[in-house]
Structures are given as C-alpha cells and as structure tokens.
Design a protein around this ligand. Sequence first.
Ligand code: GTP
Ligand code: MG
Length: 284
Amino acid sequence: MTIQWFPGHMRETKKWLLQSAAKADVIMEMLDARIPLASENPWMEKFCRHTRRVKILNKMDLADPRVTEQWLTFFEKQRNVRAIAIDATDRFRAAKALEYAIERVPHNRARKRKVMVAGIPNTGKSTLLNTLAGKKIAKTGNTPAITRHQQRTGLRNNIDMYDTPGILWPVIEPPQRAYALAVTGAISDTALDFQDIAWFAARLLLHRYPEQLRARYPFLDPLPGDEAGLLEQIGAARGCLKAKGQIDFHKAATVLIQDFRSGKIGRISVETPFDISDDEETKQ
Ligand SMILES: Nc1nc2c(ncn2[C@@H]2O[C@H](COP(=O)(O)OP(=O)(O)OP(=O)(O)O)[C@@H](O)[C@H]2O)c(=O)[nH]1
Ligand SMILES: [Mg+2]
C-alpha cells in the first residue's frame, strides 16, 4: 500500500542515519509494544549494520501484558536480538532501558558513550529522552512527526543521547501493516481512509477483546456481530448523528480510535507472535 505521506524531514533523517548510525555505540530501536513487528522500520537493519541494536517495546502500559510477555519470549529465542519492554513515561523503566542498552558498551571517562534513539513516528523516542533527562528537552505529542531534527543531549554518566525524528517508508506492505501502524497513531490520519482504520480496530476488538469492548461500552448488549454494527451502536449511543438522525460513521470512528489510542478500552495488543506462524501456515 503506497502511503502518500513521506515528508522531507523523514528523507533527510534516513540519509543522516545511514551516515551517522555507525558512530553510535548503541541504537535504541523504539517500537510500539502493541505492534512490535509492524513498527519495525525495514531500514533499521541497514542503519545498524555496524552498531549494536536493542529493541525497546515502548508503551507497554497500553499493550496486553500477556502478549508482551509472549513477544519478549519470541525475541529471546532469536539470535543476536535483545529486547526489553518499557513505559517511557516511567523514570524507573526508562533508566532500566538505558542501562540495558549500554551494559556492554565500554565505560571510559575520557570518551562519551553515544546512544541513538531511532524508529518510526510516535513510539515515544522524545518522551524517553525527556524522562531520562528529568526535564522537558524535546517536544512530544500524540500525533506522528513531532520531532523534525535530530538532537543531541548530554545525560549523566558521560552519555550523549541522540533523539531522532521518526521515519516511515513510502510503500507499506501488506495493507494490514499500514492499518496496524495507523491505528496506533504512527501514520498521519490523513494518509489512509479514517473509517477503514476504525474498521480494522473494530474487527480486532470484536474478535480478540470482546470483554474490554463490553466494559468500555456497556450499551453493547448483545455485542454486535460485525464492524458496521459496532460503529453504528457506538455512534447512536454517543450522539454521532447527521441530519435526519443518520449515524455519522466518521464521528463514531473517531470515538473508537481515540478510545483505543488512549487506552480507555483497555490494554490491547494488535499483533501477537502467533499471528506470524498463522500467516506462514496460510502461505504454505
Ligand atoms: N501511554 C504511554 N504513552 C507514551 C509512552 N511513551 C510516549 N507516550 C506518548 O506517546 C506520544 C508520542 O510520544 P513522542 O515522545 O512524541 O514520540 P516520538 O517517537 O518522539 O514521535 P516523533 O517525534 O513523531 O517521531 C506522546 O503523547 C507521549 O506522551 C508510554 O510508554 N506510554
Ligand atoms: Mg520525537
């Protein structure tokens, strides 16, 4: 699926990372714990050719804890992959992630340790920097492409941390991956059909998290059988109406997506390691 959203600063950051990533001692690859595979930038392999890489599954507070455990086990079984789950707003967890990232980097007073934080937009890279610095150094926000330039900040213990703008890639395949990115807020809401994103969320919630849906929307009794029914009932209950009392599906979609992104529906994981084996089985 071609995404018509690859702003110039992403192109520049890609170029910068291709040239500069090798100078870092370690790259903290910021992923979204709800979509640890979909949020992996396919260019990361190239950026990290000569640099150690640690996967940070951030926003663990929004992800299904059982599924996050499954992901950590999945990554543990892979050779040369190191992964940790955190909530970047939590000082203790943020510090633990940094410690984990630099534990094998030689510490020598004469030389600063260089840590780069890179990944797709809206995964919490700048938040991690702010939490570690103990003050608001970088602008953050719950829309993608907040950071536009890389920024170096000196931290304690002779560490230089580089916050970088989140980058995507122009063709995101398969479409399921684009929707997984969009539903978590990594892609601009204007780059895809907004109602399609809500449809994707509705299907996931109906199949995997019906209890959370019931808890958030007690008026769903019984639970609707399909995506249209879910959006229709949310729209009716929340007053998302057009002239003549018709349901405004765009407004209903906004309610569902905002509730999902803010964690009001509960801790939801969009991808599980079992989805991969299911996909592979279907291909055979
Ligand atoms: N619930 C939760 N929210 C988080 C966490 N980390 C970051 N956020 C929120 O996620 C949003 C995005 O955070 P940023 O730090 O701006 O993300 P970024 O990766 O720097 O984004 P770009 O600069 O666009 O690449 C903000 O609203 C943060 O408050 C986390 O661990 N848990
Ligand atoms: Mg940022």
